[in-house]
Design a protein around this ligand. Structure first.
Ligand code: GLA
Length: 406
């Protein structure tokens, strides 16, 4: 009898614990409402590769606040590959105990205490791209673990995917996240190989449309890496697929890394903002020079990226190396970016009133006059009733915002 009572008590206790453990699933509508504007943050990969640690991530979170990045809108601090080393006997993912001695929960708590959000990386395959344990076969267990740690963002890669169906693999992780009950933004990272823009909406919140970026303006490497122009071109025609909660990811930022010139960095950042691309900085935030900070925290340019309408820019004119892109904004305004791919300056002499921007129904350049505000000089440089004359440097841009003149 005593034994029976003990067993019943144990069962009741187990049931209570299970009830406490069992999370309330996230509704599909709540899940879809995450990332209403393109996510902004920092990711460790571009600068630090596998050299990640608790101290580095804490430092970067501190620097995100101290440098003014947080104030400019950056919020996710994301550890990319190499934080994980193993699985325990129960199959739980294990963080590197030497590099992350306080554990992921403590790190997440610290990041949250600064008013920021915490992101992590895994892979739909059996291993990550750096041969750490992947999530294949452990998706629900991993999502639950991330939820317990307080993870807000998951970058989910595609190495060692062994013939899986991409849509099914990413859908499994999105179901696992919803089941975990914790709102986690899902970044689909299969490099655009399976046209994620055709099936990603509702499954993830952003999807890579390019191979890995490198800090160069115009380059393609044998192993697949690409530069700024290649990323822009890969994203250019995908504008119909972008919108609140589902973004084309043109790759993480290289602003402040490598040998990019000022004009190339300005082009990189301006165009990511025009493309409504996620803004994941990838440089060392602790020792940014003045110019890098000026670019990454340009609030007028960021406002174009974060515009609530969520439209991706359209390349509506291309004349060889000279391109004009336009991004309709909420409230009937529009951002226009003149992009010069050439290694010679572009002497611009532009007649606005010739233009019909068929894709921006609220904008009528023939009927109304608009002020033209230069978003890098931070001043009005003209009106659309007049011609726009400017010299755009080699590899540079002129990015302006049009607002109806009073
Ligand atoms: C892939 C991704 C990169 C990075 C590395 C990490 O190459 O595309 O962004 O996450 O894996 O191993």
């Amino acid at each position: 009898m005593k034994r029976l009572i003990t067993i019943l008590l144990a069962l009741a206790l187990g049931a209570t614990l299970f009830a406490q453990e069992k999370p309330q699933p996230l509704s599909d509508s709540l899940y879809r409402s995450l990332a209403a504007t393109p996510p902004m943050g920092w990711n460790s990969w571009n600068k630090f590769g596998c050299n990640v640690s608790e101290q580095l991530i804490r430092d970067m979170a501190d620097a995100m606040v101290a440098s003014g990045m947080a104030d400019a809108g950056y919020q996710y601090v994301v550890i990319d590959d190499c934080w994980q080393v193993d699985r325990d006997a129960q199959g739980n993912i294990v963080a590197d105990p030497e590099r992350f001695p306080s554990g992921m929960k403590a790190l997440a708590d610290y990041i949250h205490s600064l008013g920021l959000k915490f992101g992590i990386y895994s892979c739909a395959g059996s291993m990550t791209c750096q041969a750490r344990p992947g999530s294949k076969g452990h998706q629900f267990q991993d999502a639950l673990q991330y939820a317990r740690w307080g993870v807000d963002y998951l970058k989910y890669d595609w190495c060692y995917s062994d013939g899986q169906n991409a849509k099914a693999a990413y859908q499994t992780m999105s179901e696992a996240i919803k089941a975990s009950g914790h709102p986690i933004v899902l970044s689909i990272c299969e490099w655009g190989e399976n046209k994620p823009w055709e099936w990603g909406e509702g499954i993830g919140h952003l999807w890579r449309v390019t191979p890995d970026i490198r800090a160069c303006y115009d380059c393609t490497f044998d192993w697949g890496g690409v530069g700024i122009l290649q990323c822009i071109d890969a994203d250019a025609e995908l504008y119909p697929y972008a919108g609140p909660g589902h973004w084309n990811d043109a790759e993480m930022l290289e602003v402040g890394n490598g040998e990019l010139t000022w004009d190339e960095n300005v082009t990189h950042f301006s165009m990511w903002c025009m493309l409504a691309a996620p803004l994941m900085s990838g440089n060392d935030l602790r020792d940014m020079d003045y110019k890098t900070r000026q670019i990454l925290t340009n609030k007028e340019v960021i406002a174009v990226n974060q515009d609530r309408l969520g439209m991706q820019a359209i390349r509506f004119m291309k004349m060889g190396d000279q391109e004009i892109w336009a991004k309709p904004l909420a409230d009937g305004e529009i951002a226009v970016c003149f992009m010069n791919r050439s290694s010679q300056p572009w002497k611009l002499d532009y007649n606005w009133t010739n233009q019909t921007m068929y894709f921006a129904r609220d904008v009528n350049l023939r009927k109304y006059n608009y002020t033209v505000r230069d978003l890098w000089q931070h001043k009005v440089i003209g009106q659309t009733k007049d011609r726009l004359k400017a010299e755009i440097p080699a590899h540079g841009v002129l990015m302006v915002r049009l607002a109806k003149a009073q």
